[in-house]
Design a protein around this ligand. Sequence first.
Ligand code: UT7
Length: 332
Amino acid sequence: MTKYRASITGIHSWVPKDILTNAELEKMVDTTDEWIISRTGIKERRILKGDGAGTSVIGTEAVKGLLEKTGTRPEEVDLLICATVTPDMQFPATANIISHECGIRNAFSFDINAACSGFLYALVTASKFIQSGSHKKVIVVGADKMSSIVDYTDRSTCIIFGDGGGAVLLEPTDDSFGIMDSIMHSDGGGMIHLHQKAGGSKNPASQTTVDAREHYIYQEGQAVFKFAVTNMADVAGSIMDKNNLKSENIAWLVPHQANMRIIDATARRMGIAKEKVMINIERYGNTTNGTLPLCLSEWENQLHKGDNLILAAFGGGFTWGSIWLKWGYDPK
Ligand code: UT7
């Protein structure tokens, strides 16, 4: 029996045009450009503006560009998964809305919510459909409109997050490229440190929850930082050890862009030089599910067939994980 792997055969990303700089944040909360850069590495982030513009706008732009770039007809796509924590609505799934907007009619579509690790969870899920032989053209979207759940009076969170995302096309390959291995984790005990207090079934929206600002991100920054720094570095190291990969075998580390200090710690643990780490946090901040496809897309022209990439993320839940993938094509 032929063994299939899921290989990324195309990528496209999209960010809104409006920029929120550190200088503007200095006017909104008690902070400084110097503090933000030294504690996080972020200089600016993108904000999606416009009435009724939700995460599906980002996903739709990314998928339309991806279809065009890869010469894929919408009706050829047989599965679309969207990783997001800021769905347009509680239901239906944002993936369905994106499929509809893109004319993808022969696919089934669903969302995955694993906070900042969602793109990795979605890639692993998609790869199983391809490995089984049941699906041949699968799109994975990672997108978030974080500005819709950020409290712009809270200086410890509003400086971090931004809006944006991207999409990849996955197709079967029977040679040795694509998603080679993954290690995924979750720990619900981490919920207390990072969550959205209201708006779900436990604590539905009411005047009281709105007045108490409970529809925004609640994050205990230092606690999350400690878990993130340890677990993201460890899981990236573990996938290398498990597959006998040495730092000289790795072409690129593709880390979730939450904080420059977490990225540095992960690269150090893997013994990887900074020149081999994809970093664009200074321009986009933390776009949650958008960070990894935004990096891959921006570095696409530097990637070559057979390059070993390690993707790693940590996020709310807690969730964290790492994927080893062999890039499937040369720059076009
Ligand atoms: O992607 C999902 C997972 N999330 C993460 O990985 C985020 C992890 N956490 C972080 O990145 C960092 O914890 C933050 C960037 C959120 C905060 O940085 P920190 O170095 O951990 O700061 P802190 O929370 O320990 O606060 C240190 C001080 C406090 O003042 P006092 O109590 O020492 O007087 C804060 O009030 O810095 C203060 N502070 C600020 N000062 C200026 C917090 N935010 C700001 C700010 N500007 N924006």
